[in-house]
Design a protein around this ligand. Sequence first.
Ligand code: HEM
Length: 150
Amino acid sequence: MYAFLLALHNLLRWVVVLLALYLLIRTYWGLLGRRTFTLQDANAGRWFTISLDVQVLVGLILYFVVSPITRGALADFGAAMSDSGIRFFAVEHLLMMVVAVILSHVGTAQVRKAPDDRARFVRSAIWYTLAIVVLLVGIPWVQRPMLRGL
Ligand code: HEM
């Protein structure tokens, strides 16, 4: 169960990152090219946000149920804080990903409520760029393998 969820969490990272890249390309292409905001543009934001939600769900199961690292940290939080490797997953990774998911949901709502196409692209650029920057900073690129088999 642990090995499967860890590998799934690892692989889903790439799905989230690729959808983020697709979303940024559509957003800035629309913003700079003054395009009409299409259904594909709206869907790019939705798919990114949904993929992030799924990844957060898997992350929370790892965090609270199966990961020996974070369960150990929750059992003795004080000791976990003095180890930077454990603190990263117990605090920093969790907080950054929660912030990223909040920013992306705010972005989706803001884009939906925008009065015109220009405002949709501007809001998309602001909120999703912020979400994706926090997301990219929160991913353990060097501490962990780039891929794991399921
Ligand atoms: C609230 C949200 C999240 C929580 C609670 C969470 C939790 C965790 C935990 C506990 C681990 C370490 C598990 C272990 O080694 O025992 C982990 C690893 C990891 N997380 Fe998350 N995560 C979250 C969101 C995300 C997101 C959004 C991404 C990327 C899109 C991500 C990418 C990764 C990667 C790449 C690893 C390393 C996996 C590996 O070792 O192969 N996480 N996460």
